[in-house]
Design a protein around this ligand. Structure first.
Ligand SMILES: [Ca+2]
Ligand SMILES: [Ca+2]
Length: 102
């Protein structure tokens, strides 16, 4: 798979209700997944081990985590991250990471 196909695969994997947008709940799951994938290198899909961490946070905490992300990445302010917004957010994150490393 190309990097682009992989990104789309990730996006669809977290789009639980299949409406081609990530809502807050789906974003939370994707955040934990990315964190987990980073720990395991190369981001292998691991459907056998869904991240349990999300249950450790209350709704208020989750909203506090997700609000800034939506604020930053939800460019058209519809309350969801669609695929173009997701791709852009990934680019921004990668760029930010590079900046931090220098
Ligand atoms: Ca969705
Ligand atoms: Ca949006």
């Amino acid at each position: 798979m190309s990097e682009q196909e992989l990104q789309f695969h990730y996006f669809k994997m977290h789009d639980a209700d299949n409406n081609n947008k990530l809502d807050g709940q789906e974003l939370i799951k994707s955040l934990f997944h990315w964190h987990d994938a980073a720990n395991h290198e190369a981001g292998k899909a691991d459907a056998q081990h869904p991240p349990p961490e999300a249950k450790l946070f209350g709704d208020d905490e989750l909203v506090q985590m997700i609000d800034p992300i939506l604020d930053q990445d939800d460019k058209n302010k519809d309350g969801y991250i669609d695929y173009p917004e997701f791709v852009q957010a990934q680019r921004n994150a990668a760029a930010a990471q590079q900046t931090n490393q220098v």
